[in-house]
Design a protein around this ligand. Structure first.
Ligand SMILES: Nc1ncnc2c1ncn2[C@@H]1O[C@H](COP(=O)(O)OP(=O)(O)O)[C@@H](O)[C@H]1O
Ligand SMILES: [Mg+2]
Length: 553
């Protein structure tokens, strides 16, 4: 049976500070608000209006693809310190996420009670109504409500604010089909809440109302700069460990006010400080890049090398975020041609006509950005030749269409390469020397790896993750020693853990993740690896053995 959200908005409960008894004839509605035509006030939405004006709800928008999401965090009037309700509404998909949140370091949780939908569910409907460009009724009437609340601390004392409340209610009721209908369709909140929120509280509430998870220092996961870093750069690490993170506060931004076009700005990475490990040597590099930016020998070409899965590509993205540069990636591991660096002609929109296509490398080179040359040592010498002149004075690139492009001062090149992989070439000395810093990225320490996998996969059982990490490490060694064509590393471990979260069965999940990753084309090798490395540790699939200790946390 469908349970319509809007069928439950009447209630016999009072709405504090909303006291409209006039015209009310129906004894069920003690708040006494009624429409002249006989329609009743809606409890949920009216409560949302009241709490919003009272400053108990933070509201904002979050950029999402082409559009935006509405987000709000509501405090319960009677327990303002304890309980929070968080809602997230996607107006394009018309999808509502909602749940309770303890305002601290716990994960959001809680479900929509179908019998009594909570008033905070309707904040989204209100925001949608307020932003409705075609029907500005609510936006026009809103200042009246704000004013009454500001002056009297309640609603409904004056005829004007009574009328305004009626207008808002009538509008919401008439437009209820644009807001989620079925209570069962309310989705649980994502486990991590967005951090880049455009604040709308000033506009709607009349004063700033902060989101609690943006202001409170997060406990729970501890992954901050300096953890595991070898350098004891006390200053940088110490700063980063406090609540203001260099990832989000822009202290290493290379050109803070640079007018990137919107679509390019969207390429600046957006990691949350609590979901990544930020080694102190990366902060040091960011600082050097910033300090030498206007010097005669700016630091612009870096090489990150180390074992697969140690986090080189992630560090490149984190560096882009620290510097506040758009991030581009060029994968050289495939059998690519020069055109990944120099561009090529492709068929245009008109038949028989060609246009010149500029690849990501050229975009970064010409307009600025951090570009990662992934798996540099896989590239054929011919391709690398094209890179030489781009990396050194006079920093020019001659494109495939003959045009010569000058390197943008905000173009940073980070090459990454894996050590000890079959198919890699020895890096040519001349090219090697063009990278001004060659940074070794060591294998991830075990406890950090476990935290990263737990955060990325949602699997909470860290002891189990640690055992899975052992298996992956052994498998990685076999792959290397026997020259198997596959690759098993951190990414594959995360896939495995994510699958286990759903199956609860490490063996069954291994068959879909790490085993084919090691040797997709050779089932016999997969079978052998399964026996020797996986089943030995986790028992056989489907035997219902509780000893694997998989919890859904
Ligand atoms: N600093 C980090 N913080 C959080 N997760 C990381 C970090 N480094 C690596 N990871 C995780 O490990 C995975 C593999 O890292 P990646 O950067 O692709 O390694 P590499 O480029 O060295 O092969 C990533 O997908 C990411 O989930
Ligand atoms: Mg990589």
């Amino acid at each position: 049976m469908r349970r319509l959200l809007w069928a439950w908005t009447e209630t016999q409960r009072d709405i504090p500070d909303v006291a409209l008894k006039e015209n009310e004839t129906d004894p069920r509605v003690r708040t006494g608000i009624s429409f002249r035509e006989g329609a009743r006030i809606l409890y949920g939405p009216t409560m949302a209006v009241r709490c919003l004006l009272a400053g108990q709800v933070a509201v904002g928008t979050v950029r999402h693809g082409e559009g935006q999401l509405y987000i709000w965090e509501a405090a319960e009037p009677e327990q303002p310190e304890a309980l929070r309700w968080v809602g997230l509404f996607d107006p394009i998909q018309r999808r509502l996420y909602w749940g309770a949140w303890n305002g601290g370091d716990g994960q959001p949780g809680g479900q929509c009670d179908p019998a009594h939908p909570h008033w905070s569910l309707y904040v989204g409907a209100l925001l949608l109504a307020y932003d409705d460009a075609k029907n500005p009724d609510v936006a026009e009437i809103w200042p009246l409500l704000q004013e009454e609340w500001r002056e009297r601390g309640c609603l409904g004392e004056t005829a004007a604010s009574r009328d305004a409340l009626f207008v808002v209610n009538a509008f919401l009721w008439e437009n209820r089909f644009f807001y989620l209908q079925d209570v069962s369709e309310v989705e649980p909140l994502p486990s991590s809440l967005p951090r880049h929120i455009r604040d709308r509280s000033q506009e709607l509430v009349g004063r700033p109302v902060p989101f609690s998870w943006l202001t409170a220092p997060r406990k729970g996961m501890r992954m901050s700069a300096g953890d595991g870093g070898t350098a004891s750069d006390g200053a940088a690490a110490g700063c980063a460990a406090s609540s203001a993170s260099p990832l989000t506060d822009g202290r290493y931004a290379l050109a803070p006010d640079y007018p990137w076009p919107e679509d390019v700005r969207a390429l600046i990475p957006n990691f949350r400080p609590d979901e990544v490990r930020l080694p102190s040597y990366l902060l040091e590099l960011a600082d050097m890049i910033r300090q030498t930016h206007h010097s005669r020998r700016p630091l612009r070409n870096l090489l990150f090398y180390g074992p697969p899965g140690s986090g080189k590509s992630t560090l490149a993205q984190l560096l882009a975020q620290l510097l506040q540069l758009p991030y581009y990636a060029v994968n050289l591991s495939l059998n690519v041609e020069e055109d990944v660096l120099l561009g090529k002609y492709v068929p245009g929109p008109e038949p028989g006509r060609f246009r010149f296509d500029e690849p990501p490398f050229v975009k970064a080179f010409r307009y600025g950005g951090l570009v990662e040359l992934m798996e540099l040592n896989f590239a054929r010498p011919g391709v690398l030749g094209a890179a030489h002149s781009a990396l050194e004075t006079p920093y020019r690139l001659t494109l495939a269409n003959g045009e010569t492009v000058q390197r943008h001062p905000l173009c940073i090149v980070v090459a990454t390469m894996n050590l000890a992989l079959v198919g890699t070439q020895r890096l040519n000395e001349a090219l090697k020397s063009r990278f001004q810093r060659k940074v070794y990225v060591p294998p991830m320490p075990r406890d950090e790896l476990v935290e990263i996998v737990a955060a990325a996969s949602g699997l909470e059982n860290r002891e189990l993750i640690a055992r899975m990490a052992d298996v992956v490490e052994k498998m990685q060694r076999r792959v290397e020693q026997e020259g198997l064509p596959g690759q098993v590393g951190t990414r594959e471990l995360i896939d495995w853990a994510q699958d286990v979260r759903f199956t609860g069965d490490p063996v069954a999940s291994a068959w879909k993740t790490v085993l084919p990753a090691a040797a997709l084309e050779q089932r016999d090798i997969q079978e052998e690896l399964a026996q020797v490395l996986v089943e030995n540790v986790f028992g056989f699939a489907g035997d219902g053995d509780e000893s694997t200790g998989v919890g859904h946390g």
